[in-house]
Write a protein that binds this ligand. Structure first.
Ligand code: SAH
Length: 350
C-alpha cells in the first residue's frame, strides 16, 4: 500500500517513495534520487536535473517541498551562538539555535509551534500550542541552519520550542529521516531529546529502541514543587518518572540525564539537594545544572550564587555526577527556555 503523507514529500522515507514510484509505474531508483535531492537544498522539482521533465512536472503538481524560510537571525557577540526564526508554509514561526562546542556545532530545534505543557518557568508555554511540526519541518530546521550558519552540524538536540514526546510519531519519523544513510546519515548517538517527562511515551521510546540520548527536565525532587513548576508531574509524580528512566536505561543501555534549573527559593534548598541525591542514588544518572534564565513575564528568578554553590556542594558530597551548563547565546535570548514563538506571522507571505 502506498503510504499517504498528503503532499509532504519531504516527510517520506526512501521505502515510501519507492512504493509511490512503483505505484506510478516509475523506476524504483527515482526514490533515492528524489530523497537525496530534497536533502541537498533543492527548492523545486525543476532543479532535479537527473529526472525526466515529465516526472518533474508530475511531482510538482502532486507535492510541495517543505522549507524553513529565514525570517530573522541573530548572532551572539559573546560566543557566536546563532538564533534563527523560520517561517513555515502556513505562516507559523519557530526558532532554532546553533551553538559552537569543542566537539562540533549543535543545532537545537523546535518540535512544535508553541507548547501545551505549561511549565511555570518557560517562555514557550506562554502562548500555548499552535500545532505540531511535521517531520520534514524539523529536518528543514537542521538543513536551513546548516546553510545559514555556513558550517556542518554534528549534533542535534530537540530542546527548542515544544515537547517532543507530545508530537511522538512525527519525532520518530524525523529521527528515521535524519539517520537514513541516503540523507544526513546522522548517528542517533549524536541526537538528544529533552522531555518534560511523559511517562508512557518514555516507555514507547524504549520499545522503539532508538539509540538517542534522552534528557529529562526534572527541576525538583519533590512532587509539591515539581507539580507547581510542571503541570505534567501531576499525572504520576517524580518517583514514577525516575522509575521510567531506569526502565529506559535497562531497555536501551543508554543512561538518562536530568536537567535541573536552579530557581531562587523554589528548588534550591539544601533539603532538595539531599532529596535529589537520594532519589538518583544508584541510577548512575548525570545531572545538568543550569541557572534559571530570566523570562520577563515569569515571576521566577535564578538562584543566588551562594545558594547555587551550596546546592552543588551537597550533590558532590553525595556522589551525584553533575555539570553546570554554560549559558550560550544569553545576549540574544537564545538560552534555554527563552525561545518563544513571536507573533510575526504577518511578516511571512502566505
Ligand atoms: N519540552 C522539552 C524540551 C524543550 S525545553 C522539555 O521540557 O525538556 C528545553 C529545556 O529548557 C528544558 O530542560 C526546560 O525545562 C528548560 N527551560 C525552560 N525554561 C527555562 C528557563 N527559563 N531557564 C532555564 N531552563 C529552562
Amino acid at each position: 500500500m502506498v503510504v499517504e503523507r498528503g503532499n509532504d514529500i519531504c516527510s517520506m522515507l526512501p521505502a515510501e517513495l519507492e512504493e509511490y514510484f512503483a505505484a506510478e509505474g516509475e523506476a524504483e531508483y527515482r526514490a533515492r534520487q528524489v530523497f537525496k535531492w530534497l536533502r541537498s537544498g533543492a527548492a523545486s522539482f525543476g532543479e532535479m536535473t537527473n529526472l525526466p521533465g515529465k516526472l518533474r512536472d508530475k511531482l510538482a503538481a502532486q507535492f510541495r517541498i517543505t522549507a524553513a524560510e529565514p525570517v530573522r537571525s541573530q548572532i551572539s557577540q559573546r560566543d557566536g551562538t546563532a538564533k534563527y526564526l523560520w517561517g513555515m508554509a502556513d505562516g507559523d514561526c519557530v526558532e532554532s539555535v546553533v551553538m559552537k562546542y569543542s566537539y562540533g556545532n549543535t543545532v537545537c530545534i523546535s518540535t512544535q509551534a508553541g507548547c501545551r505543557m505549561g511549565c511555570a518557568f518557560c517562555a514557550s508555554a506562554i502562548e500555548g500550542l499552535s500545532r505540531n511540526l511535521t517531520a520534514s519541518e524539523m529536518e528543514a530546521q537542521v538543513l536551513s541552519s546548516r546553510r545559514a550558519f555556513g558550517a556542518d552540524i554534528s549534533h542535534i538536540v530537540m530542546m527548542g520550542i515544544g515537547e517532543p514526546l507530545d508530537n511522538f510519531d512525527n519525532v520518530l519519523r524525523f529521527l528515521s529521516l535524519i539517520t537514513h544513510e541516503l540523507g544526513m546519515n546522522m548517528s542517533p548517538r549524536r541526537v538528544s531529546l529533552s522531555t518534560c517527562g511523559i511517562i508512557e511515551r518514555i516507555d514507547n521510546l524504549a520499545v522503539h529502541d532508538v539509540k538517542l540520548t534522552l534528557s529529562v527536565s526534572l527541576h525538583a525532587p519533590d512532587d509539591e514543587t515539581r507539580s507547581m513548576l510542571m503541570p505534567v508531574n501531576r499525572a504520576a509524580g517524580v518517583d514514577k518518572l525516575i522509575e521510567a528512566c531506569s526502565r529506559y536505561f535497562e531497555a536501551t543501555g543508554r543512561r538518562v540525564s536530568y536537567e535541573y534549573a536552579l530557581i531562587d527559593a523554589v528548588n534550591d534548598s539544601p533539603r532538595q539537594a539531599h532529596l535529589l541525591a537520594e532519589k538518583l542514588s544508584g541510577t548512575g544518572s548525570h545531572v545538568n545544572i543550569i541557572l534559571l534564565n530570566d523570562v520577563p513575564e515569569r515571576p521566577l528568578r535564578a538562584s543566588t550564587p551562594g545558594n547555587a554553590a551550596q546546592f552543588m556542594r551537597i550533590l558532590k558530597q553525595k556522589g551525584v555526577n553533575y555539570t553546570v551548563r554554560r549559558r550560550l547565546g544569553a545576549d540574544i535570548e537564545a538560552a534555554c527556555g527563552q525561545l518563544r514563538r513571536k507573533s510575526e506571522k504577518q511578516v511571512i507571505k502566505p
